[in-house]
Design a protein around this ligand. Structure first.
Ligand code: CAA
Length: 285
């Protein structure tokens, strides 16, 4: 099987924009789909700003940026992904929305051997796979935030996923400069199963008045050499996303450590979603 040259990305939020950027820089023809023309424009701005930052930081040349931009196209119509060989969906962490997107993609993508990958963090991949007519070609491909920086990709085959799909997805991850690991199709996979209880414990520590956010974060940054403490990291991930991930994990395991603490729910209800909208455990410009 030839390597992937035409990639589709559905959703151009934090994760989708990073995936699109990395793939375009990696030489792929990338078509990005968002739900509405406004969301398309917001997504385009996000990718463009990140490529510009890459130039300012000396990570990429202006020529690489311009070439990557030329390889990117945007649409608000999923049927424009009909000629894609591989599509990664990175829409909101919501079972109904993701199921709907996969069903629509399944009909829209003409090549019946094309792979549909989901960037879900916590929804069982098999549930999404069986919603399509090609369960052998549906797989979890879980990137980490910020996508241009984090090297890991979790490959999550469902019980229905074919070995060929796993191999082609592994090859694509490598082609994008990522290091794949294989993870079980259980909510949270490998990384979030370990990370989420830790992040939620930090929220409970704030909730109980045990410590201030800046002390918790400094504790883990300076004491354990983590690049960012748990509350800063929650702000980066997005509190709504973290809550959705924790809920999926709690639904699967009924493990109290995965239950979103009341403070997290209240912050999400208040619209304090983290960096993406300027306010979470910290305030951002
Ligand atoms: N795009 C490209 N490069 C970026 C970038 C971006 N968006 N953000 C940062 N960088 C690069 C910078 O250019 C810099 O590179 P050099 O060191 O070569 O100059 C490097 O990353 C460090 O950046 P900064 O100096 O600006 O900032 P920092 O040192 O504070 O690092 C960070 C920022 C990369 C986000 C770092 O703090 C970090 O790795 N934090 C942990 C992130 C993490 O744990 N992510 C996983 C989240 S869990 C998840 O995603 C899964 C899920 O399902 C919820």
């Amino acid at each position: 099987m030839d390597s992937v040259t035409r990639l589709g990305v559905v959703g151009c939020g934090l994760m989708g924009s990073g995936i699109a950027e990395v793939a375009a820089l990696g030489g792929l023809d990338v078509r990005v789909a968002e739900a509405t023309p406004d969301a398309v424009e917001a997504g385009r701005r996000r990718v463009t700003a990140s490529l510009d930052r890459g130039v300012q930081r000396g990570k990429i040349t202006e020529e690489q940026r311009d070439q990557a931009r030329a390889r990117l196209s945007f649409t608000h119509d999923l049927s424009d992904l009909s000629d894609r060989q591989f599509v990664v969906e990175a829409v909101a962490e919501n079972r109904e929305i993701k199921t709907d997107v996969l069903r629509t993609l399944d009909k829209a993508v003409e090549d019946s051997s094309a792979i549909l990958a989901t960037n879900t963090s916590s929804i069982p991949v098999v549930d999404l796979a069986v919603a399509t007519e090609r369960p052998g070609q549906v797989i979890g491909m879980h990137f980490f935030n910020p996508v241009p920086v984090q090297r890991l990709v979790e490959l999550v085959p469902a019980l229905t996923t074919s070995p060929d799909t796993v191999q082609r997805t592994r090859d694509l991850a490598t082609q994008l400069g990522k290091q794949p690991i294989q993870a079980p199709d259980r909510s949270g996979f490998v990384v979030n199963a370990l990370l989420v209880p830790y992040l939620l414990s930090a929220v409970r520590m704030v909730e109980s008045g045990g410590a201030r956010p800046q002390d918790i974060d400094q504790g883990m940054e300076l004491g354990c050499a983590h690049p960012m403490g748990p509350l800063r990291l929650l702000d980066l991930i997005g509190l709504d996303t973290a809550q959705a991930v924790a809920e999926s994990m709690y639904e699967e395991f009924k493990e109290p450590l995965y239950a979103p603490p009341a403070l997290l729910r209240r912050m999400v209800a208040a619209g304090h979603l983290g960096r993406k909208n300027g306010r979470g455990f910290y305030a951002y410009d």
